[in-house]
Write a protein that binds this ligand. Structure first.
Ligand code: GLA
Length: 397
């Protein structure tokens, strides 16, 4: 069954290539007379296929790429925002489901606000009062979330078309996204050259490597915004997922979701996920002001340890699917999909109701440019911003 459908996808990809599409790694003339001899050997199976996926608001073509690993995991990404549009993984019986929320067509990503699957930049999460100062110079930013700046502004990295280059060398399949964010974009100083590499490994991982350099001091905090539902993107709310976050502390927020600056202990609060706990177990706990401000979970955890390490694990009991998150970053935004309200219709007609997806966004802490006690997000000329996050997909029997 699985074999059959993979064969069908392959056949379709080859057909697309024949009518003007292109399969990465597939060489040879398109059209023209067939060489008489010697007979051409069959092409190797395509590793990464690419096809058109509509146009952006400013008329640029958007492409979609399909990556597969040796275990049948299939991921589709587009050049708009580096968005992961589809991610199919097996459950404990081997049945595949698409575990990320998304849209069938490019319009959804252009019209709707939830940042499904995208690269977020220049700054993942909020900067208070939409401004910061560097060396005495004030930089006003786009205020796109009440008084605050959120996820890079009005036209953040999620809404621009990136140069996207497939690379199937070395066994794994990857897409390398690059672009230069111009000096002044959304208010930020410096020309920022950015490279984000997605690698789908045969170890069932999506590895994301971020790199950036600048020609003026600036602030950078890149992240990834997939909404996961390990039961399937159209399988109802995520409250039964069990979540572990390896963090003793989190950053409480004010009523506009800007951290107060405190690193508060999670012990004795609904923010204690050190033992795997159902997301829904305490999400409506009355009397918890932080849950009121977040409308649920929408907070940054100060994850334990440093360097590249595992910071979170989610488990969905019915399907058995698991998701592990490892990162070099000091923080993790766990967002329980509180703003989803059923007004968005996504892939296959799925209606994304309240809390039907959750995000685990690795990051520096929100509002770091205005909080000198938080780890710094300042990037200076001559330095290279480098972070790595790995999402690993598995099953628990
Ligand atoms: C992040 C933010 C949330 C919300 C979502 C997108 O997780 O912290 O408040 O903006 O992105 O809707």
């Amino acid at each position: 069954m699985m074999r059959g459908s993979r064969y069908a996808v392959l056949t379709l990809a080859l057909a697309v290539a024949g009518c003007g599409g292109f399969i990465y790694g597939c060489e040879g003339p398109k059209g023209g007379p067939e060489p008489a001899s010697p007979p051409t050997p069959p092409s190797p199976p395509p590793a990464i296929s690419r096809a058109a996926f509509g146009t952006s608001q400013d008329g640029q073509p958007v492409e979609t790429f399909t990556l597969r690993n040796a275990n049948g995991i299939e991921m589709r990404v587009i050049s708009l925002g580096g968005i992961v549009t589809h991610l199919k993984t097996p459950d404990r019986s081997g049945a595949m489901a698409d575990i990320v929320l998304g849209f069938d067509r490019v319009d959804g990503y252009l019209n709707e606000p939830p940042y499904f699957g995208a690269i977020i930049g220049r700054y993942g999460n909020r900067i208070g009062k939409a401004r910061f100062a560097i060396d005495g110079t004030n930089y006003p930013l786009a205020a796109n979330n009440g008084p605050n700046h959120l996820h890079g502004g009005v036209k953040g990295f999620d809404k621009v078309v990136w140069k996207a280059e497939p690379d199937a060398s070395g066994g794994a399949q990857r897409i390398v996204f690059t672009r230069t964010s111009a000096d002044g974009e959304e208010g930020y100083p410096g020309n920022l050259a950015v490279k984000v590499t997605y690698t789908l490994t045969n170890n069932n991982e999506l590895a994301i490597d971020y790199e950036a350099t600048t020609d003026k001091p600036t602030h950078v905090n890149l992240t990834h915004h997939s909404y996961f539902n390990l039961a399937g993107h159209n399988a109802g709310d995520i409250l039964g997922h069990e979540l572990m976050i390896d963090a003793d502390r989190y950053t409480p927020v004010d009523d506009t979701l800007i951290p107060t600056g405190e690193l508060a202990p999670v012990a004795g609060t609904p923010f204690d996920f050190r033992q795997s706990t159902a997301i829904g177990a305490r999400i409506n706990q009355s009397g918890d002001q932080q849950l009121v401000f977040g409308k649920g979970y929408d907070h940054n955890w100060v994850t334990n340890g440093s360097g590249f390490r595992r910071v979170a694990r989610a488990y969905e009991p019915k399907s058995g699917r698991t998701l592990e998150v490892s990162t070099t970053e000091p923080g993790l935004q766990f967002y329980s999909g509180n703003f989803l309200d059923g007004s968005i219709t996504g892939k296959d007609g799925a209606v994304y109701a309240h809390r039907t997806g959750f995000c685990l966004e690795t990051q520096h802490f929100p509002d770091s440019p205005n909080k000198s006690s938080f780890p710094s997000t300042l990037l200076k000329p001559g330095e290279t911003y480098r972070t790595r996050t790995v999402y690993r997909f598995g099953v628990q029997r």
